[in-house]
Design a protein around this ligand. Structure first.
Ligand code: SAM
Length: 231
């Protein structure tokens, strides 16, 4: 059984598509999707030897070597343009996910959907999507084992009404999550707020120079936004 986090990612995968799961580790997500008959073909990409071996082992164990290709390589270099319609990248930081997408842009031409699950730093992904003609179409936030996760879903923007004008507030909190404001969302941002307040207190006690002043302004701005959102 998949974790709730990966099950949320799985729910957004279009039925019958071909997928690439980048940073697949044990290849649990591709194995689950192929076993269910929900996707017809999957690539499990891994950059690190240990997780790559785990993926190979899992796919063999489940007898899925015909439908799942386990490939070793950095980010999107394991796929050829046109091989898959959907890419999933889960369980990494938002900045790493963004750099994987940026480095592999040429592989995204025929990709229709991206499903991205950053552990932190979702705003970096939202900015990248806006700047690169991807339309954010859905978001989820959930809590599992004491951790809060976000899932972002984007469609290739070609020929469609591209949502490329996210405001600062939407980039940080997520336009869909902001509308829903569920319990996980409120808990995440209450925690962030406490964290920022602690940093602000530390900055106030530090020597005041241009750099501390700028950091203070930045955090005050974020605190203002989080207070507005949680009020
Ligand atoms: N996707 C799985 C999940 O969500 O449960 C595994 C997440 S695991 C925490 C992150 C995996 O990403 C690691 O196995 C790591 O080796 C892999 N990874 C990190 N950077 C990568 C890159 N540039 N290309 C491919 N895999 C990468």
């Amino acid at each position: 059984k998949l974790s709730d986090r990966l099950a949320t990612v799985a729910n957004y995968i279009p039925k019958g598509s071909r997928i690439a799961d980048i940073g697949s580790d044990h290849a649990y997500l591709p194995c689950h999707m192929v076993k269910k008959g929900a996707v017809r073909y999957a690539i499990a990409g891994e950059v690190a030897e240990g997780p790559y071996q785990s993926a190979l082992k899992q796919v063999q164990l489940e007898g899925l070597t015909k439908s799942i290709d386990v490939r070793k390589g950095d980010g999107l270099e394991v796929i050829q343009p046109g091989e898959v319609e959907c890419i999933t990248i889960a369980g990494m930081g938002g900045t790493l996910i963004t750099s994987i997408l940026e480095a592999g842009k040429d592989k995204l031409v025929n990709v229709e959907r991206l499903i991205l699950q950053p552990n932190v730093g979702a705003h970096a992904i939202r900015s990248w999507l806006c700047e690169n003609n991807w339309r954010l179409v859905s978001e989820s936030i959930l809590k599992e084992d004491g951790k809060i996760y976000e899932v972002l879903v984007a469609q290739n923007g070609t020929g469609e009404d591209i949502k490329s004008d996210m405001q600062e507030l939407e980039l940080l909190f997520g336009p869909f999550l902001l509308k829903e404001k569920n319990d996980a969302f409120c808990e995440k941002w209450a925690l962030e707020k406490t964290n920022w307040q602690r940093i602000l207190n530390q900055l106030e006690q530090a020597e005041q120079n241009d750099s501390t002043l700028e950091k203070k302004r930045e955090i005050e701005n974020k605190l203002k936004m989080v207070e507005e959102v949680l009020s």
